[in-house]
Design a protein around this ligand. Structure first.
Ligand code: NAP
Length: 273
């Protein structure tokens, strides 16, 4: 039986076993996907099990994504740019590391806001943490000409803009009003929106009516930012789709079948939020 894993610390909140378990059943695959809590001191021993071929591969979540990046023998080129691996694939001669967050982000927008990048001139990315790195790489891969990266701590946005190079202009959250009128996409990559928190001073009514607003936060499913966007008549895409879509490439690599993000799967996971 092919075995896959998700490791993290803690790990019991992860929805990944639900997602992959659903696909294993749907495709009648004799495989498993196990959530394993691995504390940082136990990580080398776990990676030794991975190298030995006990699993076909697995997912890696907080706080092990950088360690997985360092552990992998080979890296997908975009994973190398992002600097963190969330997916490992065992092969007889090497372990490959890749990062599916950026693919999940793109897959979610492609499915739920088709054409979102057609003629897109300017995007606004809010937040400059680990998730923002993957989103910036994703937007660069779609050749978005101007990306405004706004963050509470401007130095972090500046560092990220320099590190990733390209058309990224760093700014503060307060710069939103100055760049909103030309923006066709707003992505919240900050943790604002969790636990009822919301932005102050970000007025989405300044955006063009055709703009798309998406949030990586998916608990709650409709964040205050998405609610404000909906009220302003803008197209919204929630963060749950990204979680579902980022699981697709790993499943395909481990089990040899490309699974689909269906309404049924979405309902299954939504019921647990
Ligand atoms: P992170 O590395 O900790 O970064 C957090 C970011 O949020 C930083 O830019 C931080 O700004 C900003 N922030 C935090 N509190 C703030 C506040 N009160 N006001 C303004 N900015 C604030 O986290 P991450 O890993 O990038 O994840 C960010 C969010 O994305 C999390 O909610 C995570 O759950 C979500 N996420 C979702 C998916 C998905 O599949 N949907 C995937 C990955 C991540 P400073 O730099 O100023 O501290």
């Amino acid at each position: 039986m092919k075995r896959a894993f998700v490791i993290g610390h803690p790990i019991n909140h992860s929805r990944s076993p639900l997602i992959h378990g659903h696909w294993l059943r749907a495709h009648g695959i004799d495989g498993s996907y196990e959530a394993i809590d691995v504390a940082p001191p136990d990580l080398p021993a776990f990676f030794a099990r991975v190298s030995a071929g006990e699993f076909v591969g697995g997912n890696v979540t907080i706080p092990h994504k950088e360690a997985a990046f360092a552990f992998a023998d080979e890296l997908d080129p975009l994973c190398e740019t992002i600097g963190a691996a969330n997916t490992l694939l065992w092969r007889p001669d090497s372990v490959l590391g890749f990062n599916t967050d950026y693919l999940g982000f793109l897959g979610n927008l492609d499915q739920n806001a088709p054409g979102w990048d057609d003629g897109l001139e300017t995007a606004i990315v809010i937040g400059a943490g680990g998730a923002a790195r993957a989103i910036l790489v994703a937007l660069k891969s779609r050749n978005v000409p101007i990306i405004h990266l706004l963050n509470r701590t401007i130095e972090k946005a500046q560092d990220l803009a320099i590190d990733l190079e390209g058309p990224i202009k760093a700014g503060r959250l307060g710069d939103f009003a100055g760049v909103a009128t030309g923006a066709g996409l707003v992505v919240n990559c900050s943790s604002v929106g969790m636990h009822g928190s919301s932005f102050e001073g970000i007025d989405l009514r300044l955006l063009p009516k055709s703009a798309v607003v998406t949030d990586l936060v998916y608990v709650p499913l409709e964040t205050p930012l998405l609610a404000a966007a909906r009220q302003a008549g803008l197209k919204t895409v929630d963060g749950l789709g990204m979680l579902l879509h980022q699981a697709v490439p790993g499943f395909e690599a481990w089990f040899g079948v490309r699974p689909e993000v269906t309404p049924e799967l979405r309902r299954l996971v939504e019921a647990t939020l």
